[in-house]
Design a protein around this ligand. Structure first.
Ligand code: S3P
Length: 191
């Protein structure tokens, strides 16, 4: 099982494709937003976060959308954001943890971006998220079990990323630098 293993190496699955953008996918608590901001800074790219775009366009928090309209409505909003990303270049986009597991979001992302998955063990994820309250999917009675269940459901999607980076034992800076390196390798492969 790849998600959660201790390897320090990034695993490149497929980098030989046009990629004017970078997309970060992965479970809640893997550091997509924090890392994504650093990667954008290092590459002098724009930075977008799909949850932030959804909140800005609806004027609601993710928790409000889940509680008033339900998860299905939230997934439709995510789908719309993914479609709109096609018009972007030189952008790092951090995506909500469930986004690549729904519809053809992952396929669409892969046509516009080099897709990087940030991986972490369920224990590390719990360590990072247990004090936070803004994620509706983890507010139920047994969040640790929920993390394990969702991780195993989503793993087949996460594993389709072009590059997999384990974040368990690395700083944000190290992960960001690794991603920049992989992006440059992917770009130079095309020349
Ligand atoms: C979700 C992850 C969240 C957010 C929403 C649903 C998920 O984003 O999109 O709460 O389904 O895993 P983060 O991965 O940035 O926490």
């Amino acid at each position: 099982m790849l998600v959660g293993r201790k390897s320090d190496n990034a695993i490149v699955v497929n980098s030989n494709r046009h990629s004017a953008n970078l997309a970060l996918i992965g479970f809640m608590g893997t550091g997509k937003t924090t890392v994504g901001r650093q990667v954008a800074e290092l590459l002098h790219f724009d930075f977008l976060d799909t949850d932030e775009l959804i909140q800005a366009s609806t004027g609601r928090t993710i928790a409000e959308i889940f509680s008033r309209e339900g998860e299905t409505a939230f997934r439709a909003l995510e789908r719309r954001v993914v479609t709109e990303l096609g018009a972007r270049t030189r952008t790092v986009v951090s995506t909500g943890g469930g986004l690549p597991a729904n519809g053809d979001n992952l396929t669409v992302l892969k046509t516009h971006a080099l897709v990087i998955c940030l991986c972490a063990s369920p224990e590390k994820i719990w360590e990072r998220v247990h004090t936070q309250t803004h994620r509706p999917l983890l507010q139920g009675p047994n969040p640790q079990e929920k993390i394990r269940g969702l991780l195993s459901e989503r793993q087949p999607f996460y594993l389709q990323a072009d590059v997999l980076v384990n974040t368990d034992y690395r700083s944000v800076r190290e992960v960001a630098q690794q991603i920049v390196h992989q992006y440059k390798v992917a770009r130079s492969d095309r020349k």
